[in-house]
Design a protein around this ligand. Structure first.
Ligand SMILES: Cc1ncc(C[n+]2csc(CCOP(=O)(O)OP(=O)(O)O)c2C)c(N)n1
Ligand SMILES: [Mg+2]
Length: 943
């Protein structure tokens, strides 16, 4: 008999009862259980005094621990055990975390609560670590009094640790042991204390310098949390010790300037020059100084450079999180760091943001998924106990601001930000935990905010009590200096000398900044970005065709599976069709052309990463990029097995998130310019869940931060009678944001076009995001196919002129984009409307007006011009086309569209069909019939 399930928290009582039954009479339990118990260490056959069962699963999932049947001493010990567990689980409530002393720790545990009393204090306790399960080390054989003292120190001093939510015993055991052995205290060497003090000093002095020299300028001071800068420094040192060679820091406003200057070594004079704000900003407009990123190399003992980047960020606080993680994943992939131990993300959060912004929870949920794994992220919350003017009681429902992190099997260290030894211990535990278990860890740094939210803000309007306490507090620099002098680490003259030296640096940089005439431009085109370009896009299309023999070979490998693989019967036909397409016996559909784009790029060595909801199969079942053995369920990705040495191909399903998921892929594209990185929405309608990524990053990163991205967005779009929420990717919004060649927006009609558009993303030297309105019904439309030849020749075609219409008959030229074209072609056929030419605008941005005019030259002058779209007239491309294309056409452009509407589509599919028929008739210039919800109006020609 197989075991019903491995022991887990859920079935522990059941397993224990079986165990005792087995001890009494081995034959009373099933054979499977018998074998299991017999195999346990220390329990050979006969009944031993059971200690504990070591964790049996390599992943450390729940192991069983069974204690002996109670005796007099055992009864005492079990009370002690209960007390130990209480300290481990609830000790954090009693920790002294608040440097302001306004939040009072909970009452001390009473011995009586555990059935113990003062009289027991000198009784020896058993070593909880002696159980052999490696889960405890609270102290060997010590008296209860000493044990309580040790637990108080470990769990209730300046570090409160949350472990109660971790049900994986290996993780818990490791953490407990690390903390209990050391009493959660780290003795720092004098040089380290001095180094930490140096950072605290720099943090405070920089803020004060900025505050006096640039009075009233916003800088989102870190004062009150100066220990944070020392924490980051200590963490980076620790990271170097672990062999980490890349850290990407993501953080919002608070303390960014300090991290820029004192951690990533952005030259002080450049920062000051930005404060002086003289001169005109360069192209794009740039961004405020506290949003800019910077990176630099640090020296390491082994001479291998250690690269630290602070990512740029928009004001939107936590939205940078998964962008940073995506960057780290790309670095890990590039350097083949598959253990994900040499590059690390450090995310710095605000207390209010961490609790309030849902993207945090999305990001945490991603952390253990193979698609998004980065080997664990260290999170630091600069918990100044306020968000702008909002107090914690209005900012969250959870006990701590770290509440969302409790869903993961990771430790949360709450630490008093004024106890530097405790801060260092928390950093040590967090980084060691990350390196050891490849999981996230959270440090909640309890500090305060010395001033208002920004420097012009008066905080005592809303937090009078807190600010009275703050005004009485000496700075951490003062407190720590006194401590170090008291401990003989520094002399008073050293303290003075360190301050003078930094003041001199500040002064010198300030003078130098006066000589900087132009605002420094961000340096972003180095490293892996060398050779790529942003700025204006040429209108010449690079050749992206691939010779037919190569297409054929790639196509045939796509239709093959390994020996013994059981293909789903329905997919066998799909694979056969693909083979026929590859042989040129049948034209290519969209799915095949898309797959060939990936395959040919991979064969050229390009890395391909495509992630989205249900992307492996494809929402519309067109892709089947990953096949599942019909018998075993084992997946197989033909694209990843084209030949030795090909570029890696990752096609993965995302978690059900748009915001965090898109952020991650965007981040990936920032560090993988040579790859093809694609994020796919389930339906384009859902992309607005990630609107911040579109507005703040994709469309404007080049303008603000000079950071390029070649990310592709697949957004299924088209009116197909599926109702208001399954019709529109809001093309109009992308077009509204289109300017200065900031990206490309396409709405394609043929398989060859997606093939070339995807290849162009890699083949071209320019890197711009590509927004693709992808098809739904076209995936299966027999007319929407391309011959293999079209993939072999030429490149992407922004405009597809009408190759069927007889120019001499044409009196009306209909410009359109996307799937409506096929409806128009079919109607033209049935209605014998040969007078209408159909010109497809495949790339809407950048606009190819010259090519459109060229296409129109085939027809007689004065031909009637129509823009036809299936979207309501207040949506789709019309406003954009009217504004940017109409003035560049030889005659007025008339609109045919659905009438303006608050929602993108009707909720009835038959109503949709009627509307569509009507729309098509009108576009072709046929009289409208009864039902006229379709709008036709002339655009006002401006010239
Ligand atoms: C998405 C978003 N909403 C609101 C704001 C405005 N805002 C900026 S900082 C802030 C408070 C943040 O508090 P917290 O996370 O605790 O960070 P702190 O400023 O205290 O360091 C708010 C509400 C913003 N920048 N972005
Ligand atoms: Mg805050």
């Amino acid at each position: 008999m197989d075991l019903p399930a491995l022991p887990s928290v859920a079935n522990l009582p059941f397993v224990e009862s079986l165990y005792y039954a087995w001890l009494e009479d081995p034959s009373s339990v099933d054979e499977g259980w018998r074998r299991y118990f017999e195999a346990l260490p220390g329990t050979p056959g006969a009944a031993p005094a059971p200690a504990a069962f070591a964790p049996r699963r390599p992943d450390g999932a729940h192991a069983v621990r069974v204690t002996a049947a109670p005796t007099a001493d055992a009864a005492f010990q079990s009370k002690v055990d209960a007390m130990v567990e209480a300290y481990r689980e609830f000790g954090h409530l009693r920790a002294h975390l608040d440097p302001l002393g306004l939040i009072h720790p909970a009452e001390r545990f009473s011995l009586e609560a555990f059935g113990l009393s003062e009289r027991d204090l000198d009784r020896p306790t058993a070593d909880p670590g002696g159980r052999g399960d490696g889960t405890s080390s609270a102290g060997a054989g010590q008296a209860l009094r000493d044990l309580v003292g040790r637990l108080e120190e470990t769990y209730c001093r300046s570090i409160g640790v949350e472990l109660g939510h971790i049900d994986d015993r290996e993780l818990r055991g490791w953490l407990q042991q690390r903390m209990e052995r050391t009493r959660n205290r780290l003795t720092l060497a004098p040089e380290v204390r001095k180094e930490l003090y140096g950072k605290i000093l720099e943090a405070e002095m920089l803020e004060q310098f900025l505050g006096t020299r640039f009075l009233g300028s916003k800088r989102f001071s870190i004062e009150g949390a100066e220990g944070f800068v020392a924490l980051v420094e200590f963490l980076l040192d620790r990271a170097v010790g672990h062999g980490i060679r890349n850290v990407v820091i993501g953080m919002a406003h608070r303390g960014r300037l300090n991290v820029l200057a004192n951690i990533v070594a952005k030259p002080l004079q450049d920062i000051f020059a930005e404060f002086r704000d003289t001169g005109i900003v360069g192209s794009g407009g740039g961004d405020v100084k506290y949003h800019l990123g910077y990176s630099s190399d640090r020296d390491t003992p082994d001479g291998v450079p250690f690269h630290v980047s602070l990512a740029f960020n928009p004001s939107h606080l936590e939205w940078i999180d998964t962008v940073v993680q995506g960057r780290v994943r790309a670095k890990q992939d590039r350097y083949r760091d598959f253990d994900r131990l040499r590059s690390m993300a450090l995310l710095v959060h605000g207390d209010a943001s961490f609790a309030g912004q849902g993207i945090v929870a999305e990001g945490l949920e991603m952390s253990e998924l193979e698609t998004y794994h980065v080997g664990g992220t260290v999170h630091v919350i600069v918990n100044n106990q306020v968000g702008f003017t909002t107090s914690p009681r209005d900012a969250r429902s959870t006990t701590y601001c770290t509440g969302p992190a409790r869903m993961l099997q990771i430790p949360i260290f709450h630490v008093n930000g004024e106890d530097m030894e405790a801060v260092a211990q928390a950093v040590l535990l967090a980084t060691d935990f990350r390196q050891r278990f490849h999981r996230d860890a959270v440090i909640d740094l309890w500090v305060y905010r010395r001033h208002g939210h920004n420097e012009g803000d008066e905080p005592s309007f809303t937090q009078p009590v807190m600010y009275r306490a703050i005004s009485r507090k000496p700075t951490l620099r003062q407190v720590y200096a006194e401590q170090l002098v008291r401990d003989g680490v520094l002399g008073p003259e050293d303290v003075q000398a360190m301050a003078s030296a930094y003041r001199a640096r500040l002064e010198e940089a300030y003078q130098a900044s006066a000589r900087i005439a132009a605002r420094p431009s961000p340096q972003t085109m180095g490293g892996v970005w060398r050779g790529y370009q942003g700025g204006p896009l040429g209108r010449d299309e690079p050749p992206t065709g691939v010779p037919e023999p190569q297409l054929r070979e790639a196509g045939l490998s796509l239709s093959q599976v390994p020996q013994g693989f059981h293909v789903h019967p329905k997919l066998a036909r799909v694979l056969e069709a693909r083979a026929e397409m590859a042989r040129g016996h049948r034209p290519l559909d969209w799915g095949m052309a898309e797959a060939l784009a990936y395959a040919t790029l991979a064969l050229e060595g390009t890395r391909v990463r495509l992630v989205g909801q249900d992307t492996r199969r494809g929402t519309f079942s067109h892709r089947h990029a990953v096949l599942f053995d019909h018998e075993t369920g084992v997946p197989y990705t033909p694209l990843a097995h084209l030949r030795e040495g090909q570029g890696p191909v990752e096609i993965r399903d995302s978690l059900l998130s748009e915001a965090a998921a898109l952020g991650f892929e965007y981040g990936y594209s920032l560090d993988m310019p040579e790859g093809l990185t694609i994020w796919e929405a389930q339906f384009g309608d859902f992309v607005n869940s990630a609107q911040v990524l579109i507005d703040q990053f994709l469309s404007s990163a080049e303008a603000k931060w000079k950071r390029l991205s070649g990310l592709v967005l697949f957004l299924p779009h088209g009116m197909e009678g599926q109702g208001p929420e399954h019709s529109s990717a809001r093309l109009e919004r992308f077009l509204e944001l289109s300017v200065d060649d900031n990206w490309r927006v396409v709405n394609l009609t043929t398989p060859a076009q997606i093939f070339h558009a995807l290849r162009r993303q890699v083949v071209a030297r320019s890197r711009k995001p590509l927004v693709v309105m992808t098809p739904k019904s076209l995936l299966r439309l027999p007319a929407a196919v391309s011959p293999l030849r079209d993939l072999a020749e030429g490149g992407f075609r922004p405009i597809l002129p009408d190759e069927q219409a007889d120019p001499s008959e044409v009196t009306r030229a209909v410009l359109c984009s996307g799937k409506l074209y096929y409806d128009l072609v079919a109607a033209r056929e049935t209605m014998r409307a040969g007078h209408a030419a159909l010109i497809r605008v495949e790339e809407l941005y950048p606009l190819h007006d010259e090519e459109i005019r060229n296409a129109l030259r085939a027809y007689r002058p004065g031909v009637e011009l129509v823009w036809a779209q299936e979207e309501p007239s207040n949506m789709g491309a019309w406003d954009y086309v009217d504004l940017h294309l109409s003035p560049r056409l030889p005659s007025p452009l008339t609109l045919v569209a659905r009438p303006p509407s608050a929602s993108p589509a009707v909720g009835s599919s038959s109503h949709h069909r009627l509307e569509q028929e009507q729309l098509v008739r009108q576009a072709l210039g046929e009289p409208a019939s009864r039902l006229s919800r379709v709008e036709s109006r002339a655009a006002i020609q401006e010239h």
